[in-house]
Structures are given as structure tokens and as C-alpha cells.
Design a binder for this molecule. Structure first.
Ligand code: SAJ
Length: 420
């Protein structure tokens, strides 16, 4: 029995895609190499924040099944690959998961199929890596099967924009491939935008996130000299943001975490340097600035205590917010780890609070979230605000804490409160 769609990789990108397709009446099978993920999904439990357990149960009721056995892929009409593309040790693209997934696709490849890669990757991957692997079957892309790239734009925790109302870019190996991929997504995405080809679609995603990476680095670098010049950068950004065109505000922070922004731009810079032999300087500089923010925050903490005649050595420092961004539980690449490690290296005793994180590990330490924020604020020589969780009341923090270094600008300035 064939299915309309097989989704390879059932994480925060693959599952929303499977959900959207099954809600449109498509028959969908999900494949993942992680047997625990597969078992949980078939038991009605989601491993990601969206879809929820209840969404997964609804999907199962509409015929969705997950499998770790590629023989269950059931001759799909369309296969979409949504597996992770992390960085290697030398900050290069790690395509091992993509290559493994494409191997699975190749073993199921039949004439007439559409294969789409959604995993974020460097320009040329679809044409230079995926296509040859698939054509080893003897089938030819653009002739025997359709091949396209469509960047994922899933934003975890974003309750406004989801798969259906975020314009979907698709770029095919041929124009027929593009049209086929566009028709597939148009079934459940309001707006589909066709690219000239796979490279343009691959690069669009990298531009989107490099744009953020570079602009965050801009304000992170500005925050250093504005502090020394006695300029309130937060007020500067507030003022600039009143310009109704040509400006988008970004804010300084303790560093750039997550699975996109610190990772994706490296796919571009690594590719440019590897293929052309020269650096993509904006990205490399932005990477350097953003990556040194945790160290900068630790030094500002030390200086703040010093300014109050306190040593950081043996000082209790309370971190507020250890996730990578506010109001979600995701800790991937969170800058809090770097801040905590540096504070400990300076001799501080680190404690933390985060409403989304009951226990937290950094280095070889595992801490438990302080159970009473009010008491912890009054006990710590220094409180460092790292994430602007909505649960946090800036006024209360400033009132209760002995002194505050606020990297997110949520507390009112005072003689005991300093902003990054
Ligand atoms: N950050 C700052 N200052 C800022 C904005 C972000 O320090 O002005 C930090 C955050 O604290 C976080 C990191 O950068 O540690 C990344 O933040 P993000 O807002 O870019 O959130 P992400 O990593 O979840 O990025 C995703 C991306 N979505 C996709 O790739 C599909 C990005 O393109 C979205 O623009 C972003 O969500 C979003 O707008 O929420």
C-alpha cells in the first residue's frame, strides 16, 4: 500500500510537516532512526514542544504512523528529509545525518517520486551531494524523479507563525522539479515562493539567519564600547527603532544560542572559504564577537562586584534564565553554560533559576533550580539576568536583589542595577 508522503526525521521540523499533510488528508508515514522517538510517537507522545502529545494522538487517529524500519516507507509519492545538520569540530558542515537519510531515500527511490531536502545546508549540497547519491540508483533527477530544496522556517515557540502561514521557498533541480515541489507544499502552505534553483533556495535560508547573526553581533560589539563611553545602548536602540522604515532592532545579550543562528552562517562561511579560498569576513567576525559574549559577561560581573568592593572569588552569583532564548525550554548552544563556566573559573559559586529548567548541567556540575527566587535574590552577591522569560518581574528582581547585571534590559536601572 503506497503513501502520499514519507517524512524522514521526526523532530521540530519533520513533525509539523507530517501534521500539516495529514490534516490535508494525505497519507503520511514518518521515519526516524531513533527508536525511542518512534515508539513514543506511536504511543501518542511528542518529543518536541510542537506538535503536542494531543496533536500526535490526533495524527495517529488520522492514520499517521512512525517507523524506524525503512521497509515501512511504503513506496511514497513524496519524500521530505528533515534531519539535523550540525557543525563538525572544525565548524564545517556535518552532513552525516543527511547522507544516511538520503541512503534510506535511495533504497526507496522509484520513478515519479519527488524528493525534497529541508535540512539547512550550504549552497550546492542538493546538486553536488544529494543528486549524485540518488542517481547511483540509475534514476536521473529531473527525468525519472523530481528533486528540490525547501528551507525550513519553523520557529520553536512562535505562536504567530507556523508552517501554514510562513511563506515556503522551494527550488528545484529543474523547473519541472520546482513546479512539482510548489504544488506539493501548496496543499497546506498559504504562500509558496519559487526559487531559480536549489542553490538560491539553499542560500536564501543562510542569508536569513546570517542577517540575524551579523546584526546581533553589531549590537553586541556596540554594547562593549557604549558601556565604556557611558552611553545607554538600550536607549539608543529604543530611539533608532522609532524609525518606521529601514531599521529592525536587535538587542545585546550574553551570546547567541539555538540550533540556527550560531550554526547556519558557518555553513556559508565554510563553503565560501572551501570553494573560493577566501573568508566570508562578516560571518567570521560576527562569530568571534558573539562567541566571546559569555566571557565579556563574566568580566562585567567581576568588575561590577569589584566596583562594590566585593571579590568574585567565593561570591554567590545567581543566573536567571539558562535556556537559549526566552519563554522556551530549549537549551541548545545556550550562552548560559559559557557564562557559568567562566564565573566558576573566577571563583564564584554559581546558582540558577529558570522556570523551564528544573535541573541544569554545565561542565561536570549539575545544579537544581533554586526553589525560592525571592530568597535566592536576597542571598546572592550578584544576580545576572540572562533570559527575559515572561515569568520574570524586572521591578521585583531589582528590588530584591543585592545587585544586578542585566543582559536583557528587563530591570529598571538603579545604583545596584547595571545593564549589559
Ligand atoms: N538574540 C540576541 N539578540 C537579538 C536576537 C536574538 O542576543 O536581538 C539571541 C537569542 O537570545 C538567542 C539567539 O540570539 O540566543 C537566537 O535567537 P533567535 O531569535 O534568532 O531565535 P532562533 O535561534 O530560534 O531563530 C529562529 C530562526 N528561525 C528559523 O531559522 C526557522 C530565525 O530565522 C527566526 O528569525 C527566529 O527564530 C525568530 O525570529 O524567532
Amino acid at each position: 500500500m503506497s503513501v502520499d508522503l514519507a517524512v524522514i526525521g521526526l523532530g521540530y521540523v519533520g513533525l509539523p510537516l507530517a501534521r500539516a499533510a495529514i490534516r490535508e488528508g494525505l497519507s503520511v508515514v514518518g521515519f526516524d532512526v531513533n527508536e525511542t522517538v518512534v515508539r513514543d510517537l506511536n504511543d501518542g507522545r511528542s518529543q518536541v514542544e510542537d506538535p503536542t502529545d494531543s496533536d500526535v494522538q490526533d495524527m495517529l487517529a488520522m492514520g499517521f504512523r512512525a517507523t524506524a524500519d525503512e521497509r515501512d516507507l511504503a513506496d511514497p509519492e513524496v519524500i521530505v528529509v528533515c534531519v539535523p545538520t550540525p557543525l563538525t569540530e572544525d565548524a564545517g558542515p556535518d552532513l552525516r545525518a543527511v547522507r544516511a537519510a538520503i541512503g534510506t531515500v535511495a533504497r526507496s527511490l522509484r520513478p515519479g517520486m519527488l524528493v525534497v531536502l529541508e535540512s539547512t545546508t550550504y549552497p550546492g549540497t542538493t546538486d553536488e551531494v544529494i543528486r549524485p547519491l540518488l542517481e547511483q540508483t540509475g534514476l536521473v533527477a529531473g527525468h525519472d524523479f523530481n528533486l528540490a530544496f525547501s528551507p525550513e522556517r519553523i520557529d520553536p515557540g512562535n505562536s504567530t507563525f507556523g508552517l501554514h502561514n510562513t511563506p515556503k521557498v522551494v527550488g528545484g533541480h529543474t523547473s519541472a522539479c520546482t513546479d512539482r515541489a510548489a504544488a506539493f507544499y501548496e496543499q497546506f502552505v498559504d504562500t509558496v515562493v519559487t526559487a531559480r534553483g536549489t542553490r538560491e533556495a539553499e542560500t536564501a535560508k543562510l542569508l536569513e539567519n546570517t542577517y540575524r547573526h551579523v546584526n546581533i553581533a553589531l549590537v553586541n560589539e556596540m554594547t562593549r564600547f557604549c558601556h565604556e563611553l557611558g552611553i545607554d545602548l538600550w536607549d539608543v536602540i529604543r530611539l533608532a527603532a522609532t524609525k518606521p522604515f529601514g531599521f529592525q532592532p536587535f538587542y545585546p545579550g550574553p551570546g547567541v544560542g539555538g540550533h540556527c543562528i550560531p550554526i547556519d552562517p558557518n555553513y556559508l562561511s565554510h563553503n565560501v572559504r572551501a570553494k573560493l579560498g577566501y573568508p566570508f569576513r562578516f560571518v567570521e567576525l560576527a562569530q568571534e564577537i558573539n562567541a566571546t559574549m559569555p566571557d565579556y559577561v563574566a568580566r562585567r560581573a567581576q568588575n561590577l562586584l569589584n566596583d562594590h568592593d566585593r571579590a568574585i572569588k567565593r561570591a554567590t552569583v545567581l543566573l536567571l534564565g539558562v535556556t537559549y532564548k526566552s519563554d522556551i525550554a530549549d537549551q541548545r548552544e545556550s550562552p548560559a553554560v559559557g557564562v557559568a563556566r567562566r564565573l566558576e573559573a573566577l571563583g564564584a559559586t554559581v546558582r540558577y533559576h529558570d522556570p523551564y529548567v528544573p535541573t541544569w548541567s554545565f561542565g561536570d556540575e549539575t545544579l537544581t533550580c533554586v526553589d525560592d527566587l525571592d530568597t535566592a535574590l536576597q542571598a546572592a552577591e550578584l544576580t545576572v539576568v540572562l533570559q527575559a522569560h515572561s515569568d520574570y518581574d524586572g521591578e521585583m528582581i531589582a528590588a530584591k536583589a543585592i545587585r544586578v547585571l542585566d543582559t536583557r534590559g528587563i530591570t529598571p536601572r538603579s545604583p545596584t542595577v547595571e545593564h549589559l
